[in-house]
Design a protein around this ligand. Structure first.
Ligand code: ADP
Length: 490
């Protein structure tokens, strides 16, 4: 089966969040079960620099607003999955992030940048593709940035009477980001004028890339079974619940896996010492090295709480900020936080670190190395998200013997088993699940976790239960393949 995996970020080429992790791992896992997968991604400078063995593949011309772009083919550095990067000086070759400039402002031409990504994917999915020897069976799109692909594919196929075209799949990694732009973009991107309607790409008076994808895709999936249900409700549907409910039976909830080579405490090159489930001794040394590095008081027995996250309302880190001072005073614990996001949150955490220099370390920014060290060196990982499609960090916490505290939502609820009596007895308890996202629930979950932390043997067994979980991609990749096969039979 040929699969074109279309994405706006993929680790290790370029990463801003969980989508990159999935785009780095899932295609490789599909390749391992004999699928013929290629990734399609914008040619940002980092992508073109890191691509292994890059060479010119073809030119695609007559694109709206940009004219022609080149396709460069190469491979993922480690997994060797083939990658096609869209080279366009005007669209992608600039400093700054994939979505925002250096000041954090969205690039004004994002509708063109991701409209062209979507359109190129559709052109490559068509029997008239310039790559006649590699036309996919499945075109797997991810999030709003690729949401117009199923729409373009739909209109291309409508123009022909007989044709072979790939089936489109859209995976929703986060419904909160919907790619909404003015109606003028319908014409500017070459979509038919009559697609701008409720049964089409229109969404509350705008063009929505994500809605277009949800409406036109042949198949839909999201990144956890629980989130697949939640997005069909008003509380989590971000206005799309009506459409999602109408297609409810077709939405597959498939929990993300982890790149278990990249995230392995037994081999992680960023760690001062290695450890595994059979010998956890090294974890203490990693904690000590982390306390040292971050200027925290080096104390083995002091519980160290960790956060690695975008600092946003979604992630519930305002709740942690509101109770952090009381927690630190009452429990004499430490906090190591790494993240960036809302200026207010960044400022609030910086001030907290100033008030408690020996107990709180705050690093604002993006830092791959430190994220691994926090995952491994902390005792408890905190992730009180208000909603969380899947979440990867709680799973990294499980894998690194750092039990997570999470909210009972989305993929967090699917991946963490609370330390209640039954789970403890069955040896399935792996973390602490807050019944809802509020500061009181967070304070009580942290207090509960810290009381378990004092009981050495119980704590060891909770860590071990988490570390024994099978979190790799094999099972999920098979679930995607089954979904693709069912679509092709339709
Ligand atoms: P989301 O995609 O919503 O941001 P996820 O938990 O699904 O959240 O994935 C976040 C990914 O980004 C994880 O791999 C996490 O380690 C990483 N990450 C988030 N913030 C940072 C940061 N400041 N530095 C390094 N890695 C980060």
């Amino acid at each position: 089966m040929r699969i074109l995996f279309v994405t706006s970020e993929a680790f290790p080429l370029i990463k801003t969040g969980g989508l990159a992790d999935v785009s780095g791992s899932l295609p490789a896992a599909l390749q391992d079960i004999n699928a013929d997968v290629r990734i399609l991604i914008p040619g940002y400078p980092a992508v073109l620099n890191k691509l292994a063995n890059p060479r010119f593949l073809t030119t695609i011309s007559n694109l709206p607003n940009v004219g022609a772009v080149n396709l460069i083919i190469g491979e993922m550095p480690e997994t060797k999955v083939p990658v096609m990067a869209i080279e366009s000086v005007g669209l992608y070759q600039r400093d700054g992030g994939p979505y925002v400039d250096a000041t954090g402002k969205d690039w004004e031409d994002n509708p063109t940048r991701f409209g062209i990504l979507s359109l190129v994917a559709a052109i490559l999915s068509d029997e008239k593709s310039p790559l006649a020897d590699w036309v996919p069976d499945i075109t797997h799109c991810n999030d709003w940035q690729t949401g117009l692909t199923p729409a373009f594919m739909h209109f291309m196929s409508a123009r022909r009477t007989q044709m072979k075209q790939a089936k489109s799949v859209l995976s929703i990694h986060n419904l909160a980001f919907q790619g909404c732009y003015g109606a003028e973009w319908v014409g500017r991107l070459g979509l038919p004028a009559d697609s701008y309607q409720i049964n089409g790409v229109e969404y509350y008076g705008q063009l929505s890339f994500l809605k277009a994808g949800i409406f036109y895709a042949d198949g839909l999936s999201t990144v956890s079974p629980n989130y697949a249900k939640e997005i069909q409700t008003e509380a989590y549907g971000f206005g799309m619940q009506g459409l999602l409910t109408a297609r409810g039976k077709e939405i597959h909830g498939i929990l993300n896996g982890l790149d278990t080579q990249e995230w392995n405490p037994a081999t992680d090159p960023y760690l001062a010492k290695h450890y595994d489930v059979n010998n956890l001794d090294g974890k203490q040394a990693v904690k000590q090295a982390l306390q040292n590095k971050l200027g925290l008081k080096v104390q083995a027995e002091t519980p160290l709480l960790g956060v690695v996250s975008r600092l946003t309302y979604q992630k519930g880190l305002d709740m942690l900020l509101s109770c952090a001072e009381a927690l630190i005073k009452e429990h004499n614990c430490q906090l190591a936080l790494l993240g960036s996001g809302d200026t207010n949150f960044e400022q609030g955490y910086r001030e907290l670190a100033k008030r408690f220099p020996n107990q709180v370390s705050v690093t604002i920014g993006y830092n791959e190395e430190l994220s691994h060290q926090i995952m491994a060196g902390c005792d408890i990982f905190i992730m009180p998200s208000r909603f969380e499609p899947c979440g990867l960090n709680q799973m990294y916490g499980l894998r690194y013997g750092t039990p997570p505290i999470v909210t009972n939502t989305g993929g967090l609820a699917d991946s963490v088993q609370d330390c209640n009596e039954i789970n403890l007895k069955n040896k399935t308890a792996t973390g602490f699940v807050m019944p809802k996202a509020d500061p009181k629930a967070l304070v009580s979950a942290i207090a509960r976790a810290l009381s378990f932390y004092q009981d050495e043997s119980k704590w060891k067994s909770i860590k071990e239960n988490g570390m024994r979980q099978n979190l790799d991609w094999t099972k999920s990749a098979k679930a995607y393949l089954t979904m693709y096969q069912a679509l092709l039979k339709k």
